[in-house]
Design a protein around this ligand. Structure first.
Ligand SMILES: *Cc1c(COP(=O)(O)O)cnc(C)c1O
Length: 366
């Protein structure tokens, strides 16, 4: 079976994880801080707080910004449900906006109409490792004095006009789940240039605790969203390989693009000259009269694992019962969900595998 994704963890990293496990210093030591410093350098940002998951990063962002009951946050209708869940979990209302079909990210032209006096923030998602169109989003946010929280869970290394995704808004959230380009098992990070927010998030991650000149106090009701030392050291080794992983994914994406040129029923991901796509997921759209589910089943029989790319969140059970979006069509989000397929990419695949996957998919049309 060719797997959709499979993390690549070096023997070196495994050795180092073992060393930490044997040392007994499992939490709150030097490796979490070292991982943070390296991420700050990589992202070219002032502050980074590593946490236990991408969802924890999103949740902490909401809490740190004081978003809660009575507030609204604008989110794309096509994403992983964790984006909207972070908003719902603090008692605020996610307001769904449709996406563009060319980047699978929120359509900035539709944001203005979704803004109400209750709107507090816009949460664009850099879906599949492609950057959202950030210029108009930041412009709208400035105009209406809204926060921008980037869900960059899939987008470590993604760039918009030469700047790293996740560093353009007030807060950027990343994930280190095994499906992402680098992994710590479970893990996440919040990035920001705001030292006040960084301090608050750092306290909220650790029971709300602050340590001022050795005087410990608890100014917030916090969580335990800490990352362990052995996860952080794994992250340090993974980060060293990140650019290599991205280069390989980019080559694989190019190979898929080339192989699908003749297949008119397949739309491949668009390349924008001012954005860097890291292909956390290679997501394509098949024409309406092809059943995505049948294609996934057929490929599985041929030994290839593929998957749904992301979800049409307003139609999931929770949001269809707990939010009103009647009257909005979300045409592109629906189509991306119903006709979207994620193909395998990653270090576990050879050039031959990519050819085989592409050929088997093309033969689904026959
Ligand atoms: C993976 C993902 C998340 C959640 O990250 P976890 O680390 O699994 O909690 C959130 N948003 C998006 C867009 C994701 O792809």
């Amino acid at each position: 079976m060719i797997k959709l994704a499979s993390p690549h963890i070096s023997d070196h990293a495994i050795e180092k994880v073992g060393e930490i496990l044997r040392s007994g210093n499992l939490v709150q030591g030097e490796y979490v801080r070292a991982f943070e410093t390296q991420l700050e350098e990589y992202l070219k940002i002032d502050h980074v707080v590593v946490v236990s998951s991408g969802t924890a990063a999103l949740h902490l962002s909401m809490v740190a910004l004081g978003i809660g009951p009575g507030d609204e946050v604008i989110v794309p209708a096509f994403t992983f449900p964790a984006t909207a869940n972070a908003v719902a979990l603090v008692g605020a209302k996610p307001v769904f906006v449709d996406i563009n079909l060319d980047d699978f990210c929120i359509n900035p032209a539709l944001i203005d109409a979704a803004i109400t006096p209750m709107t507090k923030a816009i949460m664009p998602v850099h879906e599949f490792g492609q950057s959202a169109d950030m210029d108009p989003i930041l412009e709208i946010a400035r105009k209406h004095e809204l926060f921008v929280i980037e869900d960059a869970a899939c987008a470590l290394g993604t760039e918009f006009q030469g700047k790293k995704a996740g560093t353009l808004g007030d807060l950027g959230c990343f994930s280190f789940h095994p499906r992402k380009a680098i992994t710590t098992g479970e893990g996440g990070v919040v990035a920001t240039n705001d030292s006040g927010l960084a301090r608050k998030i750092s306290a909220l991650r650790n029971h709300g605790m602050e340590n001022n000149m050795r005087k410990i106090d608890f100014p917030y009701a916090g969580f335990n969203y800490r990352m362990t030392e052995f996860q952080a050291v794994l992250g340090i080794y993974q980060l060293r390989d990140l650019e290599k992983f991205i280069d390989q994914r980019t080559m694989q994406a190019k190979a898929y693009d080339d192989m699908f040129i003749e297949a008119e029923w397949i739309s491949t991901p668009k390349i924008f000259p001012d954005r860097r796509h890291v292909y956390q997921t290679y997501h394509l759209i098949v024409e309406r009269n092809y059943s995505r589910d049948n294609i996934i089943k057929t490929l599985k029989k041929k030994g290839i694992e593929t998957n749904i790319g992301a979800y049409f969140v307003p139609a999931t059970k929770y949001y269809s019962e707990n939010s009103s979006f009647l009257g909005t069509l979300f045409k592109n989000s629906k189509q991306s969900f119903l006709n979207g397929i994620a193909l395998p990419v990653g270090t576990h695949l050879s050039a031959m595998d990519i050819k085989k996957i592409a050929n088997k998919l093309i033969s689904c049309a026959e």
